[in-house]
Structure formats: structure tokens, C-alpha cells
Design a protein around this ligand. Structure first.
Ligand code: GUN
Length: 289
């Protein structure tokens, strides 16, 4: 059984990026700049955003953080987004999700300049991904794709089963895995199934998977009986237990006895998400200069 070490992989990607950013700065005189908007005080979002800031500093990306109270209205947010859209010093814009109740998430995401949309949540970018000509790839599925590519995990003709149908992970991951493989390696030629909370015989479906990607948001949801021997298991969950510990959606201790490869939580997909955000920000700087 192989551990898919996302932390180590993210360090490799970040050190490659650091070099690339030095070259970009010296050839253009431009420092890539990411604007992050954090509304309210969701504890998980606070952690994500502070990790993003730390990583920006580490690799030479300028980070601007806009912290707004939970009472912020959609209209107020739209005004800020418009300011960031037209600020030529800002290359990438990220609005941390979820937004507090009362904010219209879709209206806010629709307002982001798609060329600065480093999360790839704007419908134009989602459309481009579905057509197999992505401008940006969403950071978590992109991180998983890098994990598969860099660990040499064959995807062509394999059955990938994705557990969860969110706009952030499940749906874009399915689009990317089913796509024809290309020289940029953003497609994977996999046979893809998406299962979710209303799927009948979910266990039977997951047991057919060569590659299992679990993003359903329930601690220890995936147990050993749901996994085919030697399957590759990728855990996207980040759940906080009542004892304060972080755990994934996969029951790691039992599943690792069955799986051929497995990503841990923490130290799996999470760090890769941030690395891919940094890569998207560098691309955005090149794109919007
Ligand atoms: N909330 C959970 N994951 C993400 C992400 O990748 N981007 C944003 N903006 N919000 C999130």
C-alpha cells in the first residue's frame, strides 16, 4: 500500500513555482497579486484563508485580504468585486465559500471577471472546462489530477467513482477525468461515475472503482467494505471531530488495509489545493498583464 503524500508533493510544486515566479518577475517587472475576500467568521474559512496568505508570502505572490462582516450584503460585495475586476494590479480574485446566509453566492461568482477567476467557479470557466479547453482548473480537482499524474497512476480506461456532486469538487472532477487525454495532461480518459446521497446501492458502485475520490463531507464515510482490493483512494474531506482532531471522509485505518494507494488527511489533497491556487495566480498574472 502506497501513501499519496500531498504535503511532500505540494512542497515540490511550490518550489518549482517559486523559481517560475522569480523568472516572471525579472522578465516582466510584475509581482503576481491575489485578492482574497473573506466574509463572516466561518472557522474553516479563516484557516483556509490564512494558509493561502502564508503560502503567498512564502513564494513571492502579493496577497490582499478583504475581511468583511457577516452582515455584508450582496450589493456591497458586488461593489468590491467590481473594484477588484478593474484594478490592474490585482491578477486573481478569490471569494472564500461558503458565503454567509443572505449573500447570493451565484450572483457574486457571476460578477468576478472570468479572466481573474482563479477558482474557476465562473460559468464561463466551467463551460470551458466542460468543452475540454480550460482557462483555469478549479484548485482541488487540479490538485487531485497532479497527485494522479505525479504518482504515475494510470487513468486511461479506468473506472473512477466520485463520491459527492459539489460544484467545487465532484462535478468539475468528473469533467476533467472523463476528458480526452491531451499533451497538457488535463484530461484522463477515465470512465467516470458520480455517486451521491441519493444513489441506490452506493456500496456496490464504490466497490467497482479502480480510482475512488471521496468528497461528501461526512467523517469516516467510506469504510473498507466499500473498496475494491488495490483501488486508489483519494480523500478530499476535511472534518473537525468533537475532540478537535481533523479527519477525512475515508476511514483511513481500515481502508488502508484494502487499498493499493491512499491519500491521508491531513497532508493529502488539502496542501495541493493551495499549491494549485498559486499556480493559477501566476497564470492569471501572465494573462492579465
Ligand atoms: N471553500 C472550500 N473550498 C474552496 C475553494 O477551493 N475556493 C473557495 N473560494 N472557497 C472554498
Amino acid at each position: 500500500m502506497q501513501i499519496l503524500d500531498g504535503k511532500k508533493l505540494s512542497e515540490t510544486i511550490l518550489s518549482e513555482l517559486t523559481e517560475e515566479i522569480i523568472r516572471f518577475k525579472s522578465s516582466t517587472g510584475i509581482t503576481p497579486c491575489l485578492a482574497a475576500v473573506l466574509v463572516g467568521d466561518n472557522p474553516a474559512s479563516q484557516i483556509y484563508v490564512s494558509n493561502k496568505e502564508k503560502t503567498c508570502r512564502k513564494i513571492g505572490v502579493e496577497s490582499r485580504l478583504f475581511r468583511l462582516p457577516a452582515t455584508t450584503t450582496t450589493e456591497e460585495l458586488l461593489i468590491l468585486i467590481e473594484k477588484l475586476n478593474t484594478d490592474s494590479e490585482v491578477h486573481g480574485i478569490l471569494v472564500q465559500l461558503p458565503l454567509p446566509q443572505g449573500c447570493d453566492e451565484l450572483r457574486v461568482l457571476d460578477a468576478i471577471n472570468p479572466k481573474k477567476d482563479v477558482d474557476a467557479f465562473h460559468p464561463e470557466n466551467v463551460g470551458l472546462i466542460s468543452q475540454g479547453r480550460p482557462r483555469y482548473l478549479p484548485c482541488t480537482p487540479y490538485g487531485i489530477q497532479q497527485m494522479l499524474v505525479r504518482y504515475g497512476i494510470e487513468t486511461s480506461g479506468k473506472h473512477a467513482v466520485i463520491v459527492g456532486r459539489s460544484d467545487i469538487v465532484g462535478k468539475p472532477m468528473a469533467l476533467m477525468l472523463v476528458q480526452k487525454q491531451s499533451p497538457q495532461q488535463t484530461g484522463a480518459d477515465a470512465t467516470v461515475s458520480v455517486v451521491h446521497s441519493r444513489t441506490k446501492n452506493l456500496h456496490e458502485m464504490t466497490r467497482q472503482a479502480d480510482i475512488l475520490i471521496v468528497a461528501i463531507g461526512h467523517p469516516h464515510f467510506l469504510t473498507a467494505e466499500m473498496v475494491k482490493p488495490d483501488a486508489v483512494v483519494i480523500d478530499v474531506g476535511i472534518n473537525r471531530l468533537s475532540n478537535g482532531k481533523i479527519c477525512g471522509d475515508v476511514d483511513f485505518d481500515t481502508v488502508k488495509e484494502v487499498a493499493g494507494a491512499i491519500s491521508p488527511v491531513p497532508g493529502g489533497v488539502g496542501p495541493l489545493t493551495i499549491s494549485m491556487l498559486m499556480l493559477n495566480t501566476l497564470r492569471a498574472a501572465d494573462f492579465n498583464r
